[in-house]
Design a protein around this ligand. Structure first.
Ligand code: ADP
Ligand code: MG
Length: 415
């Protein structure tokens, strides 16, 4: 991969940086967590130290067209505080405005463009829009690994018009994942949870082959529990899914296929208790209503039996937490993506909290990804107790599953 860290920079280079400033905002439009902005600061400082002109592009949210509440203007202000220097901002993305703004920029100055998704050319991967972004620039730096699974103009098409390098944060996230897949310290334990099995199943099927054991929780686990013949009553289950590698399938039979594929493999707990390669909950917390956590109960999953059909499984149970903790404390490497329960409701956050605690206590190297997983960790005030938090959720899973990332491939291509 071509790296910014290893490249000689010409003084006065004009560099287009793709950043990921897609930060959470509250109702008043205030930034509630600036982690993603701070992650790109080292790349920006590196360029400024070399007296480059720096033009930054990012998206924010999923606007269909211009949405004033998703303007990057407040981010320019915040960025100028973080960089301790003025950051110029332009609200228009047309060719004329871009050219004018770029021509005014002196070396060592920073210009932030308006939300790139305000222009339909961004998500359409339009060559014209990419050319407008690239015009008058001499170099492209991608520091948004978290968006590299998107074939968008500022991620993919732009690399056709400029020499392209991976920024410091991009390279860091990439190398974490590369080590995870190719050189994990064993035992390598994967913890996977959350809701959207369709976005995770391809990564899970790869992780089953590269990890020593996969611990499943959250809504994802319901598919495995059902595949194993248990009643899941009114629990969350996803509809049929379509994945380019796995083709169309219903998630319960995909879960069944994974259980079957690894049926003869075992991990040894404490070197003597054999465990199946995929573990899913042996007990769960169930409730008839998310609004009545006080009426929830523990449902053991040892004997298949018919449940009250109003019940929903909303967290992993105490025995499962204990078992998963035992496994995690033995790990050499841990990859975690997806909360263990409906953590937004405090009483159902306990499974997630126990797993976070076990991962933090484990001597294994821990890498954690996923927007909701990171926000669960932040709400537990535990962010500094792990080795690496990935800004990339979907991109990391796509990389793990072996898919081609439109933003990564051009940086690896031989020129
Ligand atoms: P991430 O963003 O970390 O990748 P996901 O987006 O896949 O995670 O999943 C997070 C969501 O999963 C949360 O909103 C959480 O409430 C939900 N969830 C977790 N466990 C369950 C469950 N048992 N039933 C329904 N939803 C669940
Ligand atoms: Mg999520």
């Amino acid at each position: 991969m071509r790296l910014l860290a290893k490249s000689r920079l010409n003084k006065n280079a004009t560099v287009f940086v793709r950043a990921d400033f897609n930060v959470p905002l509250d109702r008043r439009g205030q930034i509630t967590d600036d982690t993603r902005i701070r992650l790109t600061i080292p790349t920006l400082q590196h360029l400024l130290k070399h007296e480059c002109r720096v033009i930054i592009g990012s998206h924010l949210g999923r606007p269909e067209s211009k949405v004033p509440s998703l303007s990057l203007k407040p981010i320019a202000k915040h960025l100028s505080t973080l960089l301790n220097q003025e950051v110029e901002f332009i609200p228009e993305l047309d060719q004329q405005s871009l050219t004018k703004a770029k021509s005014k920029l002196n070396s060592g100055q920073v210009l932030l463009l308006e939300n790139l998704r305000f222009d339909p050319g961004e998500e359409a991967n339009s060559p014209t829009f990419a050319q407008n972004l690239a015009a008058d620039c001499t170099l492209y730096v991608n520091d948004a690994f978290s968006v590299s699974h998107r074939a968008h103009a500022s991620i993919a098409a732009i690399t056709d018009y400029l020499p392209s390098l991976a920024g410091l944060q991009f390279a860091h996230e990439f190398s974490l994942l590369e080590h995870l897949i190719h050189q994990p310290v064993r035992p390598f334990v994967t913890v996977i949870g959350g809701a959207k099995i369709s976005t995770k199943i391809a990564a899970v099927s790869r992780l089953i082959t590269v990890s020593d054991i996969v611990l499943v929780g959250g809504g994802l686990a319901n598919h495995f529990i059902k595949a194993d013949g248990f009643d899941v009553a009114d629990s969350y289950l996803e509809e049929d899914i379509i994945d380019e590698q796995l083709s169309a399938a219903d998630p319960v039979s995909l879960a069944q296929r994974m259980i079957d594929l690894s049926r003869t493999e075992r991990m040894l707990l404490h070197d003597y208790i054999p465990l199946p390669k995929i573990l899913y909950p042996i007990d769960v917390i169930a409730t008839k209503s998310l609004n009545r956590p006080d009426q929830s109960s523990i449902v053991p999953l040892t004997n298949a039996c018919r449940l009250n059909q109003e019940l929903k499984f909303v967290d992993i149970g105490p025995k499962t937490r204990k078992l998963y903790t035992q496994v995690l404390l033995q790990a050499g490497t841990i990859f975690w993506n997806g909360p263990m329960g409906v953590f937004e409701i405090e009483p159902f956050a306990q499974g997630t909290a126990k797993i976070a605690e076990a991962i933090a206590r484990s001597t294994g190297r821990s890498i954690i990804g996923g927007g909701d997983t990171i926000s669960a960790i932040n709400s537990l005030n535990m962010a500094d107790r792990f080795d690496a938090l990935l800004a990339s959720g979907g991109a990391a899973l796509d990389y793990i599953s072996g898919k081609t990332l439109p933003g990564l491939e051009p940086l690896q291509r031989k020129t």
